[in-house]
Design a protein around this ligand. Structure first.
Ligand code: BYC
Ligand code: FE
Ligand code: FE
Ligand code: FE
Length: 468
């Protein structure tokens, strides 16, 4: 049952857990202060048509209403317990899942929870000024929906820290509100969460590619043997689906509009018409996709092997798709660099678990790219988009000390530097994007560089006043 009358709406029985409830009630004003300083501050007075989780079953969950963001009721929701949850991966697979943190995995689990938690406020910080240049009220509302839900994901992880990790957990929960995206002295933990996301092309690429890392990491964690973490992540995934929708359809709408402008312009020059041309789109894809590949960690990783072995993380749909949950006998073949050349190498499967998850991620991204290319074809454009090789522009793992072109061929650093402006979103693109991203505030109107969506949200028309 969901307790909505509590200061913190929840289905974890906070009312009967005074110690944790009081601790979270002390954290709440600090969280709100952080939101006030680092969230979409300029829009605090506005009413936004937001969905709020009020129950964990599908019917009551999606409750839509006008809400001022600081009054959004950030709550703690876990998917209800299964009768007999079991450890789904690793050495102990099949044994009963843990309701408490096992001592021997305490540090590893805390680290996973803190890393997951840290990305949530980071993304709000990265996106805090985008309201100013929103291409429509519909898009502005979607931005804010994503922001408040990332805030709720932070609550989900803060709850785990307070409930299960004692004094360390309390300290970590405090620090989550102190690190800042991009701050050289106290940066966020993972690379992509310190990159600027200051225009709407980057916002849509971020929700397409970075939130999609979230989808796959959360999917790995929903297979965790630590049941409270598994059930938290399971519920977070239901919210994540909307973030991915925003990203994938946002990029599709830019592509559609670009194809229209290409037809209108006598020279097919999309920038001349104030749109976002496909070479710029390709650079945004290259930039965000490569940074997001880094979020899966090293290709060959002892951390990954021990997380899997201990049952802290599973593979994508571990319980449904695999029969051998120990993964002790198999190998994974991947290209490594030896003596300046790419060579195949076999590594024990457990050590390649980051790469196994990255494979699922890449497949999902490829599906979206195929869809965009069908759209380009349908709209009569000759342009086609593609994902760069997973070796291109990496900052983590075995490829990060070498340079590769988007086709994945080893090249010299000089050759890479010389081509980087053609391959990656850069200062010239940012200047151009800033110049076209003028806010549009009239209901039902859209900036020139993006097509309207095919329909509004939750039965509302496209010209509904999503923010007022
Ligand atoms: N940046 O063995 P390795 C989301 C570190 S997104 C900086 O290769 P491992 C969301 C690593 O910590 C989902 N450092 O990697 C999306 C280690 O450090 P130490 C977030 C990095 O540990 C949008 C060293 O490099 N969730 O929810 O197997 C909006 C070697 O590590 C990076 C999670 O990440 C990097 N990219 O895997 C809002 C799930 N990559 O030991 C939200 C929890 C690696 O040398 N996290 N390092 O100090 C994990 O499971 C793991 O930490 C990782 C890394 C998969 C990220
Ligand atoms: Fe999230
Ligand atoms: Fe998300
Ligand atoms: Fe770089």
């Amino acid at each position: 049952p969901v307790d909505l009358n509590c200061r913190i709406p929840n289905n974890v029985g906070l009312a009967d857990d005074p110690k944790v409830r009081r601790a979270l009630e002390r954290w709440q004003p600090k969280y709100l202060q952080w939101w006030h300083e680092m969230g979409p501050t300029e829009y605090e007075p506005n009413e936004v048509w937001l969905r709020t989780a009020i129950s964990v079953d599908s019917g009551g969950w999606a409750n839509y209403d006008y809400v001022r963001m600081p009054e959004y009721r950030w709550g703690i929701f876990l998917t209800p317990r299964e009768e007999q949850a079991v450890i789904r991966a690793g050495d102990m697979s099949g044994a009963p899942a843990w309701e408490q943190v096992p001592g021997e995995f305490r540090n590893a689990l805390r680290r996973i929870v803190v890393t997951q938690a840290d990305t949530e406020p980071a993304s709000v910080e990265q996106q805090r000024l985008l309201g100013r240049s929103a291409p429509s009220l519909y898009d502005m509302r979607n931005l804010f929906q994503v922001n408040v839900e990332e805030g709720r994901h932070l609550w989900a992880m803060a709850y785990l820290l307070y409930k299960y990790f004692g004094k360390d957990g309390r300290e970590e929960a405090g620090e989550l509100l102190e690190r800042r995206s991009g701050d050289p002295d106290k940066p966020r933990i993972l690379g992509a969460f310190n990159q600027p996301c200051d225009n709407w092309l980057s916002f849509f690429a971020f929700t397409m590619f970075t939130d999609r890392d979230g989808k796959f990491q959360l999917a790995a964690l929903r297979e965790s043997g630590f049941d409270p973490l598994a059930r938290s992540c399971d519920f977070m995934l239901t919210e994540e689906a909307f973030h991915l929708f925003v990203g994938e359809t946002g990029l599709a709408r830019i592509i559609k509009r670009a194809a229209e402008l290409e037809r209108i312009d006598p020279n097919g020059d999309v920038r001349n018409q104030g749109g976002i041309d496909m070479p710029t789109m390709q650079r945004a894809i290259n930039y965000w996709f490569s940074h997001c590949l880094d979020l899966f960690g090293g290709e060959i990783s002892n951390n990954a092997a021990s997380y899997f072995g201990a049952g802290l993380k599973g593979r994508f749909r571990e319980a449904d798709r695999y029969t051998d949950h120990r993964a002790l006998d198999d190998f994974y073949t991947l290209p490594v660099i030896e003596n300046g050349e790419l060579r195949s190498r076999e590594v024990p499967l457990r050590n390649a678990m980051n790469e196994v998850l990255r494979d699922e991620y890449v497949k999902d991204c490829e599906r979206a790219v195929r869809k965009w290319n069908r759209l380009l074809e349908k709209e009569g454009s000759e342009h086609r988009l593609r994902l760069p090789s997973r070796r291109f522009h990496r900052h983590q793992g075995i490829y990060s000390d070498h340079c590769f072109n988007p086709e994945g061929e080893l090249i010299s650093r000089e050759a890479f530097e010389a081509k980087a402006p053609q391959w990656l979103l850069g200062p010239e693109d940012r200047r151009y994007l800033d110049s076209i991203m003028k806010p549009v505030r009239e209901s039902g109107k859209f900036a020139n560089w993006i097509a309207p969506p095919t329909r509004g949200l939750k039965g509302k028309p496209i010209d509904f006043e999503y923010v007022r």
